[in-house]
Design a protein around this ligand. Structure first.
Ligand SMILES: CC(C)(COP(=O)(O)OP(=O)(O)OC[C@H]1O[C@@H](n2cnc3c(N)ncnc32)[C@H](O)[C@@H]1OP(=O)(O)O)[C@@H](O)C(=O)NCCC(=O)NCCS
Length: 180
């Protein structure tokens, strides 16, 4: 059965083909693409459809769980939260984006908290980590708000749009999981 979660204001479910247009619109916003590594800008036609197909397969294989954040009220898609699992190490990378109109309302925090719990409780992970560009304080604020600990900063660690970006890492190890 497909995993599905409910938070106070949001339902987290796997992406469906019908989400494609909204994914293209929200993820394709320049301010969302700017601080993520895997989101292209401009977002090409057809890319969301292909990504959704891949992501559903990846969830079935237990490799990546990408959940659509859907507002309970109105049922609109507002973002994405995901866990990329490294089965050999029993760990996963947490990542998220929220559509620009929905920033600053606690949605990423709410969704990330729930997915981290899923990672520890159901996937039995030992460690969950997350990375953000140092120029993206909103992202590492979310990490800190859900109890992740600052790990390290790596200067000029990734190349995005021709610029080497400094990256900050946060982590949560099972024994330190303050959420349980
Ligand atoms: C990062 C992102 C997911 C946050 O989503 P969100 O739903 O707005 O996050 P939340 O509202 O749960 O929390 C954001 C926190 O950052 C804070 N914040 C926002 N901008 C900030 C800034 N420039 N400096 C410091 N804190 C900031 C907010 O005040 C909030 O903290 P608070 O609840 O203590 O007030 C969203 O900005 C986004 O999608 N960005 C583009 C994609 C991206 O960068 N994804 C992460 C890749 S690592």
């Amino acid at each position: 059965m497909e995993p599905i979660f409910e938070t106070n204001r949001v339902i987290l479910r796997l992406f469906e083909p019908a989400d494609a247009k909204m994914v293209q619109k929200l993820a394709g916003h320049e301010e969302v693409a700017r601080t993520t590594l895997s989101i292209p800008h401009p977002y090409p036609d057809g890319a969301a459809e292909a990504w959704i197909e891949r992501t559903r397969q990846a969830a079935e294989n237990g490799e990546i769980y990408s959940f659509a954040m859907v507002k309970k009220e109105g049922k609109s898609l507002i973002g994405c939260v995901s866990l990329r699992v490294s089965k050999n190490d029993n760990q996963a990378e947490l990542a998220y984006w929220v559509g620009r109109p929905f920033w600053g309302q606690g949605f990423a925090t709410e969704a990330a908290q729930t997915i981290v719990q899923f990672g520890f409780d159901e996937l039995q992970l030992n460690r969950i980590f997350a990375a953000a560009m140092t120029k993206n304080p909103a992202s590492y604020k979310v990490m800190s708000k859900i109890g992740m600990k600052y790990e390290d900063t790596f200067p000029k660690h990734v190349l995005k749009s021709g610029i080497y970006e400094d990256i900050v890492f946060y982590e949560l190890v099972k024994t330190e999981n303050l959420l349980s």
